[in-house]
Design a protein around this ligand. Structure first.
Ligand SMILES: CC(=O)N[C@H]1[C@@H](OP(=O)(O)OP(=O)(O)OC[C@H]2O[C@@H](n3ccc(=O)[nH]c3=O)[C@H](O)[C@@H]2O)O[C@H](CO)[C@@H](O)[C@@H]1O
Ligand SMILES: C=C(OP(=O)(O)O)C(=O)O
Length: 420
């Protein structure tokens, strides 16, 4: 199993190319199942989740033709139905995103129920309710979601999401492209990845309005056409490198990063003392000044992203003063706290809040990654720590960061990957 060995205490300086967003790529690969015409995706990040999703699409007969390191043509003309196996869904919860497209295209679908994961229970009830509002019948039999469409297919309807779930909004939007008539999705998630999926679906022939707002309208059914779509840059990867610059007291230019997708994150970093400014290529992050902790609460987009909470906590640990971190999206997303404590962080947990007492000098130690963002937070802490940090279970990190160690090394970090 791979580990990362980090010699901390080096200031980062240089440029990092931000990859396409994993969380935009995954639903778009699922969306390829909707259409008989080919979909060319550009900017696919080289991460294991994308490989897993492409592999899952292939099990349905999607032909994946790699035409470049980050480009693939997905041809679902001869795709057919099958059961999404528990093993794929267990490894990657986003596998459940094939449910809507399969149901809408083939009239039925069987997808393993994902179950909980390290960060929370993560039910899929909102996905199921959204499909039911379009006329589907849904059951769970022996851990498998069994979904069926009435004779005549899905019919457009009004979907009111109890909370603005990203995945449920994507499921609803994808299924609605094949429903007859208009679908309205209320209390929709407004994330850039939802907007990017809508843009991709529109390029494929769909008619969608309002993506990026709380009210999305989809007019179906779609006449599909060949499409090419460039995946939006990964705002979570960009935010992670912005924190890497800050935690090492360095400067990084993030090429491709879009400040408008990081508005609240930028505001938080600036109030800590980090300077951010747009450049021709993306975003410059200057973390050379003194930093002090700021309170944050994670919220659905455009709020502070839960996917940057762990990284922020590493930064708050070395910044001066205290910072209160409230996690409101997932009920169990503090698995990194005991590991940060092993490096010397002073964090008191109380329910869904964590009080970080900053100004700590971190010292390297062996630590264990528990999930994707927890792993990268430990890498960030390792970059700031004196001595050697060994991050175990790096496969979590490889799910969502393209060549993290190489990108950091190019900017002056001392990191090596070893197989132990
Ligand atoms: C592949 C992908 O895009 N993953 C992102 C997506 O996950 P994901 O789409 O799973 O996240 P959701 O927005 O759906 O989840 C938000 C909250 O709603 C709850 N919920 C969700 C669905 C449902 O049917 N019932 C329910 O109760 C979840 O348990 C969670 O507490 O958005 C999350 C929130 O920004 C990010 O952390 C993930 O990185
Ligand atoms: C939680 C994440 O991903 P997923 O929803 O695929 O588990 C993440 O990207 O941080």
């Amino acid at each position: 199993m791979d580990v990362l060995v980090i010699e901390g205490g080096r200031r980062l300086d240089g440029a990092v190319a931000i990859a396409g967003a994993k969380n935009a790529a995954l639903p778009q690969i699922a969306a390829s199942l909707l259409s008989e015409a080919p979909l060319t995706l550009c900017g696919l990040p080289k991460v294991t989740d994308v490989a897993t999703m492409l592999g899952l699409a292939e099990t349905y007969g999607v032909v994946v033709e790699r035409i470049g390191p980050h480009e693939a043509i997905l041809g679902a003309a001869r795709a057919g139905n099958a059961e999404a196996p528990y093993d794929s869904v267990r490894r990657m919860r986003a596998s459940v995103l094939v449910l809507g497209p399969l149901l809408a295209r083939f009239g039925e679908a069987r997808v393993s129920l994902p179950g909980g994961c390290a960060i929370g229970a993560r039910p899929v009830d909102l996905h199921l309710k959204a499909l039911a509002a379009l006329g589907a019948t849904l059951d769970v039999e022996a851990g498998i979601i069994v979904a069926q469409v009435p004779a005549g297919g899905l019919v457009g309807g009004r979907i009111v999401l109890a909370s603005p779930s990203v995945g449920a909004t994507e499921t609803a939007m994808m299924a609605a492209t094949r429903a007859r008539g208009e679908t309205e999705i209320l209390n929709a998630a407004r994330d850039p990845e939802v907007q990017d999926l809508a843009e991709c679906l529109c390029a494929m022939g769909a008619t969608i309005e309002g993506a990026g707002t709380h009210r999305i309208r989809v007019a179906g059914p779609t006449t599909w056409r060949p499409a090419r779509h460039e995946i939006v840059p990964d705002r979570i990867e960009a935010g992670t490198y912005a924190i890497a610059a800050a935690i090492t007291g360095g400067r990084l230019e993030l090429s491709g990063a879009r400040l408008e997708h990081l508005a609240i994150v930028g505001e938080v970093l600036e109030s800590m003392g980090v300077r951010l400014f747009p450049t021709d290529r993306g975003l410059m992050v200057d973390g050379t000044g003194r930093l002090h902790g700021v309170d944050i609460a994670t919220e659905p987009y455009p709020g502070f992203p839960t996917d940057l909470q762990a990284q922020y906590m590493a930064l708050a640990s070395i910044a001066e003063g205290a910072a209160l971190v409230r996690e409101t999206v997932f009920e169990n997303r503090f698995m990194h706290v005991p590991e940060l404590a092993r490096l010397g962080a002073d964090i008191r947990l109380e329910g869904t809040s964590a009080l970080v007492r900053g100004g700590r000098r971190l010292r390297g130690a062996p630590v264990m990654a528990t999930d994707l963002r927890a792993s990268v937070c430990l890498v960030l802490a390792g970059l700031a720590a004196e001595g050697t940090t060994i991050v175990n279970r790096v496969y979590h990190l490889d799910r969502g960061y393209e060549e993290l160690d190489r990108k950091l090394v190019r900017c002056g970090a001392a990191i090596s990957r070893e197989t132990r």
